[in-house]
Design a binder for this molecule. Structure first.
Ligand code: MN
Length: 342
């Protein structure tokens, strides 16, 4: 495998092992050899794109795959060919091989963890910085802009043809995880990969249209609610969305996804958070930070995880208390950054 030093040495070694495992999977008696593909709960474009791209490539090689996700894909992914293979149903037979994409821990894949735990072998493909290892083989490199990038290297090493369907799936991951090449994880490799995927037939205009230009009125009404609950202090912007807000606007939890970007884009704001009430004493928190403000550290303090620029956690408190607790944590975090700078 010649990756021109794209990956760290450990990930490169793991990639070679993963290729061997996948080659064996397609050589074995095809009717009995099954590969299970999965990713994290509340999957995003990278999670779905990476998983679907792998599913296409393995099916094209004649391997039987089960694409099992705890939650349905986001609406903007539904046009991707192959998304119809996604099911929440765990197959009755334990898989010979499980491949888990874009998940920093086995606790991130929901009830699908049962199927992964009984698999003969597990491959982990991920680009999260702080991870809780679980795979037999770990193709993990946090210098990759998206898990889709790692999947691309794996498919190239497998000499799998990059079909237009695979190219679009991988492009979906790359575009969404880089915020359309705006986030700090956007590097020269990300642009090279984008060019390669365009050559392979990725439908970029369709992806952009689906991700950015298919907003619902209910999501806009939800944004209105979030703005009415907006609090800004000490360069931290936060907004809460109660279950009442969702009921009144008719918006789904997924439609809250765009809100955080508006908060993060505010002048003078370094850290942004949206808290969604998901239970009487449960709030899901999305965090975004500008360069120099690693929100994965804030999330980790609250039992969550993620990337420097985008992370999340769940706080088991009523919504208002959760916000108060989060503010305390964020202020301490911001104070520490101020001290380290001065
Ligand atoms: Mn990702």
């Amino acid at each position: 495998v010649d990756l021109n030093g794209c990956l760290n040495p450990e990930a490169t070694r793991a990639l070679v092992q993963a290729v061997r495992m996948l080659e064996t999977a397609s050589l074995d008696d095809k009717s009995s050899s099954r590969v299970l593909l999965t990713t994290h709960v509340n999957p995003d474009g990278d999670a779905v794109g990476s998983t679907i791209a792998l599913a296409h490539a393995l099916r094209d090689r004649g391997t039987t795959v089960d694409v099992v996700l705890a939650d349905p894909p986001p609406v903007y992914c539904k046009f991707l060919p192959g998304v119809e293979w996604i099911t929440p149903c765990i197959p009755s037979m334990p898989p010979d091989l499980a491949i888990v994409c874009d998940a920093a821990g086995i606790d991130r894949i929901g009830p699908v963890d049962h199927a992964v735990k009984v698999a003969r072998q597990t491959i982990e493909i991920d680009h999260h910085g702080v991870a809780r290892p679980f795979g037999d083989v770990r193709v993990v490199d946090d210098n990759c802009a998206a898990t889709a990038e790692l999947v691309y290297y794996l498919l190239t090493a497998l000499k799998a043809p990059i079909t237009p369907a695979i190219a679009s799936s991988l492009m979906m991951g790359l575009v969404t995880d880089t915020g359309s090449f705006r986030f700090t994880n956007t590097n020269t490799r990300a642009f090279r990969l984008a060019a390669t995927l365009m050559e392979a037939g990725a439908d970029l205009s369709r992806i952009m249209d689906q991700v950015y230009d298919q907003k619902t009125v209910s999501s806009l009404r939800l944004l209105e609610r979030a703005i009415s609950h907006l609090r800004i202090a000490n360069s931290f912007a936060s907004a809460t969305l109660s279950r009442h807000d969702f009921q009144q606007t008719g918006a789904t939890q997924g439609e809250a996804e765009g809100v955080i970007g508006h908060l993060r884009s505010l002048k003078g704001v370094q850290v942004a958070a949206v808290l969604r009430e998901t239970g009487p004493a449960e709030a899901r928190v999305s965090l975004r930070g500008r360069p120099g403000y690693n929100v994965a550290e804030i999330a980790a303090l609250m039992g969550g995880g993620g990337h420097a620029a985008a992370a999340g956690c769940t706080i088991y408190l009523p919504l208002d208390e959760a916000e108060r607790r989060l503010r305390e944590t964020v202020y301490k975090f911001l104070d520490q950054i101020k001290k380290s700078v001065s």
